[in-house]
Structure formats: structure tokens, C-alpha cells
Design a protein around this ligand. Structure first.
Ligand SMILES: [Fe+2]
Length: 359
């Protein structure tokens, strides 16, 4: 199996992994043939790539780093929690929200799964829907927990980090759709409005009496920058809570690798280089190091385009070598399948670069 951009899918391709909607419900099941009609619909939903069966990559199992059941449950719980927080304000004010209670067992289970994984190579992003709120929130929480585990946070800290990260953008549900989903660059006034999602989020989370302070602070501080250039308060250094410093790195990576109407997605290694470049100025260097150590930016199964003109699929993505994975070459310069596939270890073949990937 391999991840292929929808624009490059060959006729008669078959889905190798289910596609989940924003609530984690199965939109299309594994084994479904992808007709032209379906591909148009998927594109309209903002889905850029899907995982398909493919003879040359039959033996490659590009697993998500978290079990499908947990990802589905996380999406569903995030969807219901965020929407519960923005509706029914009066009831919540009187009785208090129950978001922490609802998310706690799930986040505990996630921490358990990530711990078992122990920083295995599969810790990558699953690109499902470009920048869409619920998928984004789940990915941010998973990466933040990965970094938190690397930094050896306590169980209680990890719980607050995971819950707070799932809820970090809840304030966006208070931003008018015309600004939030504007198909283009925001004007200065619209950008100022968008920035308010941090304060709105913090206010909404104050309604859940059981949430701990650090979990709430993530919504308030995830756009702050170490050097004081962030918003809403322009905090600097350790005045920004560690959870805010972790979430800011993860959130930027997630945002850069998503397609936007006004710019294509950055390649994962370009996004990572921007973050590395911001270590010590915009971002906490310890967090950046923890992030680089945790993620696999070119996960197994991703189709990549090489500077040599060939295309291949990632078959091994070792830790600390994530920018230069091992690739199986499957297509030649003309886009035709090669007679005999071969493996290329990009950590050794330094003259060959990844110049594109199917996300
Ligand atoms: Fe945000």
C-alpha cells in the first residue's frame, strides 16, 4: 500500500485504508474502488491523498502510529467536546462542563499506546484533511504527547497536555465562518479577529471547572513565541507555560504541512527546517529537539518524488534520520513502473533529494 495524491491516482485503484470524516466516522471503507466520481468528491472535502493498494508496494504496511479505533474515538470525542463547549452556555455555567471527564479515559489510553510504541519509527502524520479543525486537533494532541513522553513528563502532566491540546483551538468555533474558512489570505482586520480565538478558547475552557490550569493555558498560549513575538499577550521565555511551548511547535508543523488556498503545503522536511531554524528564537530549543526526536516526517508508505526524476515509496524511516528515509524506487522518469524496483537509502545517497511528496 502507499499514499498517493488524488491527482495521481490511476483508474481502478482500490482504497487500502478507510477514510474518516471529521467525527471519525468511516466515510469510505477499505477495499472500495476509487471511481472518478468519488475522487472529485474527496477533493471537494479537502482530502489531498489516500492510501491505495499497489502491486509494487504490496508488502508495505503503512500503519498509523495509533490504532484506528483510538483515532476514531479521539475524533468523535473532540468533535462532541468542542461543540459542547460552545453551545448551551447557560447549562454549562450552572452545572459545569464535563469535558475533562469525557476525555480523560481516552487520553489515558492514548498515552498507553504511545508509551508502548516507545518512539518507534511509525510516529508520523496521517494526512487526512487539510487543516480541518478536528483532524488537526487530534494530530496536534498526538504529537504534543509524543514530545511530552520524550521529555519524561509525569502521567498527570501528560493527561493535562493531551486534554488541553485536543481543546486548543476551541475558540475557533467562535470565529465567523467567513473569516475562518476564507478561501484566501486574511486582511489585517480579519487576522486580528482570527487571533481572538486564543482568548475565546481560554474563556470557554474556564467553564469546565474540572480542567486544570495548564490544560486551559494551551488554548491561550499556543500562538505565543519564545522571543515575545507571538500573541495574544506577547509573552516570552518561561513566562509561556511548557505546554504552550510544546503545542506551538507542533501546531506550526501541522499548519505548514497542510495545503492552503493561497499556498501549497510545505514539504515535511522544509517545515521541519523552518522549525529547526526557529529553535532558540521563536521556539523552545528543548521542545524542538524533542519534536525532531519524536516524529517520522516521511512515514512508511508515503510516495515521494526524487530529484533524480524517479518516484518511490518510503519503506523505512529511522529515528533521527527522518529527513532522509529509505525509499523503494517504483517509477521511472516518465512515470512508468520500473522493470525491477530497488532501494535507495537517502542517508547515504546524499546527492538525491526529496523534491515532492504526495500529501
Ligand atoms: Fe490556534
Amino acid at each position: 500500500m502507499r499514499w498517493v495524491a488524488i491527482r495521481n491516482i490511476r483508474p481502478d485503484s482500490v482504497l487500502a485504508q478507510p477514510i474518516l470524516d471529521e467525527r471519525g466516522r468511516i466515510l469510505l471503507a477499505r477495499g472500495v474502488p476509487l471511481s472518478d466520481n468519488l475522487l472529485v468528491k474527496l477533493q471537494a472535502l479537502g482530502i489531498g491523498s489516500v492510501c491505495v493498494e499497489d502491486a509494487a508496494t504490496d508488502d508495505i504496511i503503512g500503519k498509523d502510529f495509533i490504532s484506528p479505533r483510538i483515532r476514531q474515538q479521539m475524533l468523535d470525542a473532540t468533535y462532541t467536546s468542542l461543540n459542547e463547549l460552545v453551545t448551551d452556555t447557560h447549562v454549562r455555567y450552572v452545572r459545569g462542563s464535563r469535558v475533562r471527564q469525557k476525555l480523560r479515559p481516552l487520553v489515558e489510553e492514548v498515552i498507553g499506546e504511545l508509551r508502548d510504541l516507545g518512539g518507534a519509527e511509525q510516529f508520523g502524520t496521517v494526512y487526512l484533511s487539510d487543516g480541518e479543525l478536528y483532524h488537526h486537533s487530534v494530530n496536534v494532541a498526538l504529537f504534543a504527547l509524543g514530545v511530552g513522553l520524550g521529555l519524561k513528563l509525569s502521567e498527570e502532566q501528560l493527561l493535562d497536555l493531551g486534554i488541553g491540546a485536543l481543546l486548543h483551538d476551541v475558540g475557533k468555533l467562535r470565529i465567523p465562518e467567513k473569516v475562518l474558512k476564507k478561501p484566501g489570505r486574511l486582511t489585517d482586520a480579519e487576522y486580528a479577529e482570527m487571533k481572538l480565538h486564543t482568548q475565546f478558547g481560554y474563556e470557554l475552557l474556564l467553564n469546565d471547572h474540572e480542567l486544570h490550569g495548564p490544560a486551559r493555558l494551551i488554548s491561550y498560549e499556543h500562538h505565543e513565541r519564545l522571543d515575545g513575538t507571538g500573541y495574544p499577550r506577547g509573552l516570552a521565555g518561561s513566562d509561556i507555560h511548557l505546554f504552550g511551548r510544546i503545542t506551538s511547535v507542533v501546531d506550526v508543523y501541522e499548519a505548514l504541512t497542510a495545503n492552503r488556498v493561497y499556498r501549497p503545503a510545505y514539504l515535511p522536511h522544509e517545515a521541519l527546517e523552518l522549525i529547526l531554524g526557529g529553535g532558540g528564537t521563536q521556539f523552545d530549543p528543548v521542545v524542538v529537539e524533542g519534536f525532531v526526536d519524536t516524529i517520522s516526517i516521511y512515514p512508511v508508505g508515503m510516495t515521494v518524488e526524487l530529484s533524480s526524476g524517479y518516484r518511490g515509496v518510503v519503506i523505512h524511516s529511522p529515528r533521527r534520520q527522518t529527513q532522509r528515509p529509505v525509499v523503494r524506487v517504483i517509477e521511472n522518469r516518465d512515470g512508468h513502473p520500473v522493470d525491477q524496483t530497488w532501494e535507495l537509502d537517502l542517508s547515504r545517497e546524499l546527492t538525491v533529494q526529496i523534491i515532492g511528496c504526495e500529501i
